[in-house]
Design a protein around this ligand. Structure first.
Ligand code: ATP
Length: 246
């Protein structure tokens, strides 16, 4: 059995009388690519904020990389990476400056910073862009760089909140090659997405509806269970009854 890196049991977050995340129970394993799906307003961000140590749950239990979500939020933050469309790189710093800046926040030594930035720039093929401002990079490159920066401190888990919004399918696929590389090295990927082709790339996925996890399995098993050919259909069958959202 693989090592468990995310363990949640009846994890709940209320805002007043409103239950934003309702008794979430799940286990995610080392090196797994776990897709966290749900319609708008389902409660994904609320859940992710608890998993990242940014929001204290109302009730239930969870450990992230072995650390408790109530008492060890600082240790959680040190042991995870995070990337979202909203929080990303500094546009008015160069590629290299961004890598050094975030490496500094993650407390990498100067020697580590130097070798990591060389490695990353070569791996991404950004040798010619290293001294250019991030604002001039195409969105797909920014996303790849942002993902790599989130891995600088070798976290056990990286949380990705809709990481590939706004780019074409080919660029998305290239981004997923980076995800597979990281997972092969043992990093756990926890990713939210609204793209059903990306859901198919995950080892397992959960689907949230109105605050609850209504399904959790591999894409293949879910399609079998719902007797449909695509994740799009699985998602539609579950989410069409949702009361929240736009
Ligand atoms: N601080 C808060 N106070 C009150 N209600 C909140 C708060 N944060 C979130 N909610 C509500 O909780 C519900 C779940 O929101 P959440 O942002 O977690 O959904 P989501 O699945 O991430 O949606 P999206 O895909 O649109 O980002 C929504 O109805 C939202 O309005």
């Amino acid at each position: 059995m693989s090592e468990t890196v995310i363990h949640a049991e009846n994890l709940t977050k209320r805002f007043g009388d409103f239950v934003a995340a309702n008794a979430l129970t799940l286990e995610v394993y080392k090196g797994e690519i776990f897709g966290f799906l749900g319609a708008n307003g389902a409660g994904k961000t609320t859940a992710m904020r608890m998993f990242c140590g940014l929001s204290i749950p109302t009730s239930g239990k969870a450990t992230i990389a072995g650390y408790d979500v109530y008492r060890q939020t600082d240790l959680i933050k040190k042991n995870i990476g995070y990337m979202s469309q909203k929080f990303s790189l500094y546009e008015d710093l160069t590629v290299l400056e961004n890598i050094r800046f975030f490496g500094g926040i993650y407390e990498l030594s100067n020697a580590q910073l130097k070798s990591k930035s060389d490695e990353l720039i070569t791996q991404l093929g950004l040798q010619h862009e290293a001294k250019k401002l991030v604002s001039g990079l195409p969105l797909g490159w920014k996303q790849k760089l942002s993902f790599s920066v989130a891995l600088l401190h070798q976290p056990k888990i990286v949380f990705l909140d809709e990481p590939t919004g706004g780019v074409d399918p080919v660029t998305r696929r290239q981004f997923w090659d980076l995800i597979y590389d990281a997972a092969d090295k043992g990093v756990t990927i926890f990713v939210t997405t609204h793209y059903m082709d990306e859901a198919e790339y995950c080892n397992r996925i959960s689907i949230m509806v109105d605050g609850k996890i209504e399904a959790l399995d591999s894409p293949g098993n879910l399609k079998k269970h719902f007797q449909v050919d695509s994740m799009h259909e699985v998602f539609y069958q579950l989410a069409r009854g949702a009361k929240r959202g736009e």
